[in-house]
Design a binder for this molecule. Structure first.
Ligand code: NAD
Ligand code: IPM
Ligand code: MN
Length: 345
């Protein structure tokens, strides 16, 4: 059966890296007999330009009816004063689709080890996953901005915490069997509840070790002892910050993919980074974050493990061959790197 993939290219480097991801998908599909069709929709700033809203109804409907969604990136200085910003469109899309579980893997391809800003002995054996709660917390609480005061409400229910903690235990069960639950329990009520729920869920997973960490010192340990971690689970805002921090391990945001899952309905795959306005249109963005998001889609939405593996191997081979974009210290353009990955498939 033909799979319907909705693509949201968005803004900045979004259209460039989306094209690269789709070129790789087109090259791998015949090798695995994967039959698909693409429906490209306006989203983010591009949708503000075309349809006056970052998440037009037809985009949301297409996303709801897709088998999977690929998103590149949205946002940029041009839209900072928009009535409804691109970022609000992204949050609305996540909420509407119920995409509460955001999976952000952190692994370092062999070829990247010597490029990391950290010492090789620190990088050795790094392989963890940040599980970020994506539809709750301070992102979705009440926001009030007055001239002389402002407030943002951080809300979490027991059920919202429970379902994301469960996901992290399920993932840990299939890998290193350790969950690090990250909070600010020494200050925040939401974090106190988070810790109680984590303990409750852990009772059903006697084969998995649970440890708790405070977010401030965890931010330090993620860099000094990154190989200690297997699955890190945390609330929306902490997960946003910690996952960008984790990109320091491979050395660039340009290689970081993610998957977002709902209880029901299509999953969404996107790089963790933004629209990189500083390099948009220059043809030098690293397409690997998008290409690895395509690989995650093949594996997690379509059970096409071989296809995902082909892509990941080709990326590793390309990096080993020394084809590197500027963020990795090289001179390859986005199209040169994409062509090299395709030829290594
Ligand atoms: P950013 O992630 O866009 O960029 C941070 C830095 O990383 C920049 O120097 C950029 O050049 C570099 N970078 C990011 N992706 C790269 C790639 N693929 N190849 C090479 N270098 C890359 O963060 P920012 O500049 O703080 O935000 C820019 C805009 O993106 C903002 O409007 C923000 O809200 C938005 N944003 C969107 C998403 C998303 O679409 N999911 C995520 C994060 C930020
Ligand atoms: C991300 C981004 C978004 C977030 C922004 C653009 C709203 O930083 O996907 O990590 O904070 O979730
Ligand atoms: Mn982010």
């Amino acid at each position: 059966m033909t799979k319907k993939i909705v693509t949201l290219a968005g803004d900045g480097i979004g259209p460039e890296i989306m094209a690269a991801g789709l070129d790789v998908l087109a090259a791998v599909a015949p090798k695995i007999n994967f039959d698909y069709e693409i429906e490209a929709k306006n989203f983010g700033g591009a949708a503000i330009d075309a349809e006056n809203h970052p998440l037009p109804e037809s985009t949301l409907n297409a996303a709801k009816n897709a088998d999977a969604i690929l998103l590149a990136a949205i946002g940029g200085p041009k839209y900072n004063d928009a009535a409804v910003r691109p970022e609000q469109g992204l949050l609305a899309l996540r909420k509407e689709l119920g995409l509460f579980a955001n999976i952000r893997p952190v692994q370092i391809f062999d070829a990247l080890k010597h490029l990391s800003p950290l010492k090789p002995e620190i990088i050795e054996g790094v392989d963890f996953v940040v599980v970020r709660e994506l539809t709750g917390g301070i992102y979705f609480g009440e926001h009030t901005l007055n001239a002389r005061d402002a407030r943002d409400v951080n809300d979490y229910s027991y059920e919202e915490i429970e379902r994301i903690i469960k996901i992290s235990f399920e993932i840990a069960r299939g890998r290193g069997k350790k969950v690090t639950s990250v909070d600010k329990q020494n200050v925040l009520a939401t974090s106190k509840l988070w810790r109680i729920v984590a303990e409750d869920v852990a009772k059903s997973y006697p084969d998995v070790t649970l440890e708790h960490a405070l977010v401030d010192s965890l931010a330090m340990k993620m860099i000094t002892n990154p190989s200690d971690f297997d699955v890190i689970v945390t609330e929306n805002l902490f997960g946003d910050i910690l996952s960008d921090e984790s990109s320091v391990l491979p050395g660039t945001l340009g290689v970081m993919p993610s998957a977002s899952h709902a209880a029901n309905g299509p999953s969404l795959y996107e790089p963790i980074h933004g629209s990189a306005p500083d390099i948009a249109g220059l043809g030098i963005a690293n397409p690997i974050s998008m290409i690895l998001s395509v690989a995650m889609m093949l594996r997690e939405s379509f059970d096409e493990t071989a296809g995902a593996q082909f892509i990941e191997n080709a990326v590793n081979k390309t990096l080993l061959d020394g084809v590197l974009t500027k963020d990795l210290g090289g001179t390859a353009s986005l199209s040169e790197m994409t062509a090299a990955i395709i030829s290594n498939l």
